[in-house]
Design a protein around this ligand. Sequence first.
Ligand code: KG4
Ligand code: ZN
Length: 361
Amino acid sequence: MTLTVLGIESSCDDTGAALVRAGEGAPQVLAPEILANVVAGQTELHAAFGGVVPEIAARAHAEKLDLVVEEALARAGLTLGDLDAIAVTAGPGLIGGVLSGVMMAKGLSAATGLPLIGVNHLAGHALTPRLTDGLDFPYLMLLVSGGHCQFLRVEGPEAFARLGGTIDDAPGEAFDKCAKLLGLPQPGGPAVEAEAKQGDPKRFAFPRPLLDRPGCDLSFSGLKTALMRARDALVADQGGLKRQDRADLCAGFQAAIADTLAEKSRRALAASPGVTAFAVAGGVAANATLRGRLTEVAGDLPFVAPPLALCTDNAAMIAWAGIERLRLGHKDDLTLSARPRWPLDPSAVPLIGSGKRGAKA
Ligand code: KG4
Ligand code: ZN
């Protein structure tokens, strides 16, 4: 018996629809298959504003959702009649976008009679290593993106223990701000990484925030201020930035983020005996320096980094998380609400701050 689920994602600036098919058993028994995974990004729409504009995002989602769903069905060669359920991101995220997706999913569910499954976007990221690598529970997940940064012990499809997270900016946001301060293009992460290759990570002594405190919480906003000071000092001194200065600033900045995440990962692993693997997700997981450091920290434990298209926002992870919920017999109905905030671990103390890329949960 297999389950074929349509996933819909619209919580930030990517409109996604995907079809995933899987057996009823554990992921290893019958490997899940991604039949289609369509993502329509909105980067150009927000480029002039230096960040995601929620109203523009919501309107673009509303315009694109039916098109991406049609495209996913066409690519998979399926019709709505071939589906077992419709899974949709019901939060956390920019509420206008989440509402657009939830309304679309409700419409499809009402029209077809298919079960509706509300998925937590963070659960989608956190369960991706089971879709791609068939990981067994429990495993440790580091979610590092433009909007999120947290350590999760993933114990089951709906059981997550948060071990720590950022108290201000997410690392992707920090990379983006670093690029902005140095006149590099957006998204900042890849631009900073490319510059850093030519740079000396030791020339500037950037802080390693919160390493002096116990636990796994992180902070990245002070790093941005330190970078700005170093830049301003160079400009005051020399009247501008030389090419090597920019490369050295990027290398130092990237090293500070990688060092901090590596040390906190070491602590999170120490606090998670019995995990089967250490996994990462989120756009920042694309960073090769960071990946190298995290692989070292994992030691003998398998280190799992899903392919980039499944690490960043996508609807295949939402369809998969929907399948995981459906297998538990859990589903929602037309009373499903869109939630701007939705912590995965309700028992964890709320983290302070809310990034411009979306509410941190
Ligand atoms: O998961 P993601 O695609 O989406 C959201 O968070 O919405 O992550 C995007 C973030 C951006 O901030 C981008 O600068 C960062 O991931 N990023 C990187 C790299 N590639 C993307 N950061 C560091 N190094 C990279 N190679
Ligand atoms: Zn995300």
